[in-house]
Design a protein around this ligand. Structure first.
Ligand code: DQA
Length: 145
């Protein structure tokens, strides 16, 4: 039987990881992170499906797809949409697939406008503030769901 799939969905500006404010987000690119996740997923007998879009609707379509594909979980770093998107909140509520919120930085230690998380109001868990390792910690949590 195929290994369970975990969708890893990344929102706006995360395609620029590696060069985007490295003092905040570190120097790993999204491809580096995808590679780390694939290695760890193999040990955990999971598959990962890593995607990125700068468009809110793509993230929503992919969450619906994850449910249709019976994914085990979704790791969602929605970037700044985390703090603005009621549509993402509704999407998480609309599916049965558990969603774990992920951030490289810790939004609670940053500007006040990052302290609200619509994603966090609907997600089952959150991992933030560990740089690229946040994704690996979240994958472990997904494995244990
Ligand atoms: C982020 C934190 C968000 O506040 C920010 O808008 C991002 C990245 C993170 O991974 O630390 O784009 O989600």
């Amino acid at each position: 039987m195929a290994n369970p799939v975990v969708y890893v969905l990344n929102g706006p500006n995360l395609n620029l990881l590696g060069t985007r404010e490295p003092e905040i987000y570190g120097s790993d690119t999204l491809d580096d992170i995808a590679g780390m996740l694939e290695d760890r997923a193999r040990d955990l007998e999971l598959e990962v499906e890593v995607r990125q879009s700068n468009h809110e609707g793509h993230l929503i379509d992919w969450m619906h797809e994850a449910q249709a594909e019976e994914a085990k979980a979704i790791l969602l770093n929605a970037g700044a949409y985390t703090h603005t998107s009621i549509a993402l909140y509704d999407a998480i509520k609309a599916i049965r697939t558990p969603v774990i919120e992920v951030h490289l930085s810790d939004p609670l230690q940053r500007e006040a406008f990052r302290h609200v998380s619509y994603v966090g109001m609907a997600a089952v868990d959150c991992v933030a503030g560990h740089g690229a390792k946040s994704y690996l910690i979240a994958l472990e949590k997904a494995a244990n769901l």
